[in-house]
Design a protein around this ligand. Structure first.
Ligand code: IZC
Ligand code: ZN
Length: 420
């Protein structure tokens, strides 16, 4: 057999990956991982060419003078982590509300009093494009240094046309300006803008007739999301927005059943969405509807932690055979957490997920929810070389050492982009 010339070889670590393929892993199968002790990962031109035990990979590859060799003995090698739900780009910050919430103030009450999301809307409207890009660059660096190589980013802090476009334009600039792969989502239906306080259906009309077509025309987002929540967007208002988005060719994600049991999960199943996110308050019927659909439930335990709310019923969903993903929900209000590893620890401790389940959740299932699992989300020949090396010898230590960044090396499309 002809050997492939490679430009990167990672050798001798514990290789840990979802089983091969691009399908999501569901229910009981989320316990399964492929684990290769003292494994090798070979890459060429940004792609993985071989993964396996040393003796197998050695026979398939040819090293040249240019081949970079990284010794990973005593280390864990995983796919690049994927964060499929963030509100990355915003102006200002909300540490003042953090103090209020620490003393017992409720997140939704702060919002209803004109703070919360609307406070970030004011700061984002006031920020220049350059300021949004600069802040986004810093935040993406924090995430990359913690092993995250793909991040979904929502708008939703403009609510008017110009600021929503400015946020999505910032994401477009960031895509080319730094290594993390970004996925854009339009979340105009995130809160009621002050301009439409007395005419809520007028705002829904504005989103449908003005903003969605413009964003489609400019190619500024792949997904459309809605904050479907009591006091925010009703299921009926959400359905109107989603139907139009679908007609225009967007794929869909939804903030579902976060604070109240409203039926967001059922709506996600009805419309064949890519994901239904949060689900702290999902009903039995909602779980059943998701089980009969292809929707990926994305759980965000950092938000439950930060808001001191009950956690989503992960074990019930796994028992129902669902393919769970996990994300940070990084945002300036309910969850200022950039660490996906911390979220993995919280998922283990407070949702009784296992280290195997959380690894599948932040790799292959997260990739699938973003429509990218053919290319990323596992370590296997033919996939993109997005790889993390952790400075521990067993993958179970990743969620176990809570709050410590164990990342040593991050490789994005075959290039070393973090080395600590
Ligand atoms: O800025 O508070 N829940 N949207 C829905 C958020 C939290 C983000 C925020
Ligand atoms: Zn969110």
């Amino acid at each position: 057999m002809a050997r492939t010339e490679i430009d990167l070889l990672i050798k001798g670590g514990q290789v840990v990956t979802a089983l091969s393929g691009s399908a999501p892993v569901r229910g009981g199968d989320m316990q399964k991982l492929e684990i290769i002790e003292e494994g090798w990962v070979a890459c060429a031109a940004g792609q993985i060419t071989a993964v396996g035990p040393a003796e197998e990979v050695r026979e398939q590859v040819e090293l040249t003078n240019e081949t970079m060799v990284i010794g990973a003995a005593g280390k864990v090698i995983t796919p690049g982590l994927i964060d499929p739900h963030t509100h990355l780009v915003f102006g200002g910050s909300r540490e003042d509300e953090f103090y209020l919430r620490a003393r017992g103030a409720d997140y939704m009450e702060i919002m209803e009093a004109g703070g919360g999301i609307l406070s970030s809307v004011r700061a984002t409207r006031a920020a220049s494009l350059e300021e949004l890009v600069s802040a986004g660059t810093d935040r993406l660096r924090w995430m990359l240094e913690q092993g995250v190589t793909t991040v979904e980013c929502k708008s939703g802090y403009g609510l008017d046309l110009d600021t929503e476009l400015k946020q999505l334009e910032a994401v477009r600039i960031l895509k080319d300006a730094q290594p993390v792969e970004l996925v854009s989502t339009y979340l105009g239906a995130h809160a009621w803008p002050p301009e439409y306080a007395e005419d809520r259906d007028g705002y829904v009309d504005f989103v449908i007739n003005t903003v969605l077509p413009k964003i489609r025309e400019e190619g500024l987002a792949e997904f459309v999301d809605v904050f479907t929540e009591k006091g925010v967007f009703s299921v009926e208002q959400s359905r109107r927005i989603f139907n139009k988005a679908k007609e225009l060719g967007f794929a869909l994600r939804v903030h579902a059943d976060e604070m109240h049991t409203l039926g967001g999960a059922e709506l996600a199943a009805e419309l064949g969405m890519a994901s239904a996110d949060h689900l702290l308050m999902v009903s039995e019927e909602g779980i059943q509807a998701l089980a009969e659909s292809g929707v990926i439930p994305i759980l965000l335990p950092g938000t439950a932690f930060s808001l001191r709310k009950p956690y989503a019923p992960a074990r019930k969903m796994l028992d129902a055979g669902l393919p769970l993903a996990l994300a940070t929900d990084f945002n300036p209000g309910s969850c200022p957490i950039t660490s996906l590893a911390l979220v993995m620890s919280l998922a283990c401790l407070y949702m009784a997920m296992t280290p195997e389940e959380v690894l599948n959740a932040v790799t292959i299932n997260a990739a699938y929810s973003l429509g990218r699992s053919e290319r990323i989300g596992s370590l296997e020949a033919g996939k993109q070389a997005d790889i993390v090396i952790f400075q521990v010898d067993d993958y179970r230590k990743i969620p176990y050492y809570i709050g410590t960044n164990l990342v040593e090396t991050v490789i994005k499309t075959g290039k070393v982009v973090v080395s600590r």
